[in-house]
Design a protein around this ligand. Structure first.
Ligand SMILES: Cc1cn([C@H]2C[C@H](O)[C@@H](COP(=O)(O)OP(=O)(O)O[C@H]3O[C@@H](C)C(=O)[C@@H](O)[C@H]3O)O2)c(=O)[nH]c1=O
Length: 180
């Protein structure tokens, strides 16, 4: 597993080694020992999976402490533009975002610590998005920021994605009080 830092401290790109042969390929999608060896003390307790049609946008989401979640995200089928926003109030990159294409072609994963809002735009039909979380789902602790917020200025590559009713009502960054 190759681990590469991003401009947002703590957000890491994981690139697994892929073994190709005549049958197809093999890769390790998660290895607890690798996390330990890299001093990444995450204890993942829940795995999630979603299926989305092209042009679906899910996000930007987080869970507030004490139910804050670190996430290890990847795409099992299809492709997404994955976006994280730093919402750690004392961070030098507060309000800044990082985006990366995750796909079944590049097999990249993103490790997202607590203190980030997360979302993704689906680039291919029937995309299967899979992720590990370090805390259980806790509905009352759900929070988010409106995906098209002007301050965040995220280039999603589309102006009219398919967005849930809940996500359309998320607050703008200016009126949002980060719990981190
Ligand atoms: C996230 C989640 C949802 N649910 C339920 C609640 C709801 O009825 C249904 C769909 O939930 P949502 O609309 O919130 O699903 P979704 O918009 O896919 O939410 C996800 O978005 C991405 C961007 C993230 O980062 C995730 O942490 C998560 O917030 O699934 C669970 O039972 N457990 C969970 O862990």
């Amino acid at each position: 597993m190759q681990i590469t830092p991003t401009p947002l401290e703590g957000v890491l790109i994981f690139e697994p080694r892929v073994f190709h042969d005549s049958r197809g390929y093999f890769l390790e999608s998660f290895n607890k020992k690798v996390l330990k060896e890299n001093n990444l003390a995450f204890d993942f307790v829940q795995d999630n999976q979603s299926l989305s049609q092209q042009n679906t946008l899910r996000g930007l989401h987080f869970q507030a402490p004490p139910y804050a979640q670190a996430k290890l995200v990847r795409v099992a089928r299809g492709a997404v533009l994955d976006v994280v926003v730093d919402i750690r109030k004392t961070s030098p990159t507060y309000g800044k975002h990082f985006s990366i294409v995750l796909s079944d072609e590049n097999n990249l994963q993103l490790l997202i610590p607590e203190g980030f809002a997360h979302g993704f735009l689906v680039i291919e039909n029937n995309t299967v998005f899979v992720y590990k979380c370090s805390q259980y789902y806790h509905k009352e602790s759900e929070g988010g920021i409106f995906w098209a917020d002007k301050h965040l200025a995220i280039d999603w590559g589309t102006d009219n994605p398919i967005v849930s009713e809940k996500d359309q009502l998320l607050p703008q960054f200016d009126s949002f009080e980060s719990p981190f």
